[in-house]
Design a protein around this ligand. Sequence first.
Ligand SMILES: Nc1nc2c(ncn2[C@@H]2O[C@H](COP(=O)(O)OP(=O)(O)O)[C@@H](O)[C@H]2O)c(=O)[nH]1
Ligand SMILES: [Mg+2]
Length: 263
Amino acid sequence: MWKLPEGMEQWKKDLEEWLNRGIEFINQIPPTQLYIACAVLLLTTALLLLLQVFRRKKSNTIVLAGLSGSGKTVLFYQLRDGSTHQGTVTSMEPNEDTFVLHSESTKKGKIKPVHLVDVPGHSRLRPKLDEFLPQAAGIVFVVDALEFLPNCSAASEYLYDILTNSTVVKKKIPVLICCNKTDKVTAHTKEFIRKQMEKEIDKLRASRSAVSEADVTNDFTLGIPGQAFSFSQCHNKVSVAEASGLTGEISQVEQFIREQVKP
Ligand SMILES: Nc1nc2c(ncn2[C@@H]2O[C@H](COP(=O)(O)OP(=O)(O)O)[C@@H](O)[C@H]2O)c(=O)[nH]1
Ligand SMILES: [Mg+2]
């Protein structure tokens, strides 16, 4: 048998006294009140646990979309490895991986890995995008700022389809328009690209709504009727950034990803 030291003995007595006082106090409370208190306690615990589960389930998927040749695959490798893997063949399957951003790989502390999906821009593979959108926490729409004008209408059409996608609208998935290839001096600025795409989407909106009236499809309409379209009218946040996947100037893209995928 071991004996408690002097100090501990006193401490034990104090504890017992407090316990007795506590029991006395509880006995004074009417039982209904006690039950209510217990129920409230249980309910809050359950709620907190549920919240924790939901937080853990929050998606870490970022979707890279855009026309073929805009630079998605180069950007994918730059984000993951900090290099470009030049010479990779255009893949027909979505390129996807879960990793800690290369720029954050040396950081200490809690960093949440990102699930990045590079969806091929070929129009035949567009349905692939619909598979990934429901789990997306954010969409990076890559635009070739160098060869922008010849691709403007096709890119705008693709972006229009994304912005009117029911999942994107309902979940208010943030979209970053990434004006890529800005390492070249002849690349267009993000302000120019934003304005041109807004104009193009404004035109599309008019023609598409004329079509949908005929066969009564309930497509989500963009912007405010009677007003020139601007991205600021979208329910989800649409922002514009400049980047160069080739030279690794991708900090604005990384910042966007980190805002959507929080540790
Ligand atoms: N100058 C320049 N060229 C780029 C950049 N990013 C990609 N490219 C080039 O654009 C072409 C298409 O890139 P890729 O990543 O395959 O485009 P994807 O079809 O969207 O996946 C390749 O020849 C790349 O070398 C960039 O930031 N600057
Ligand atoms: Mg590619």
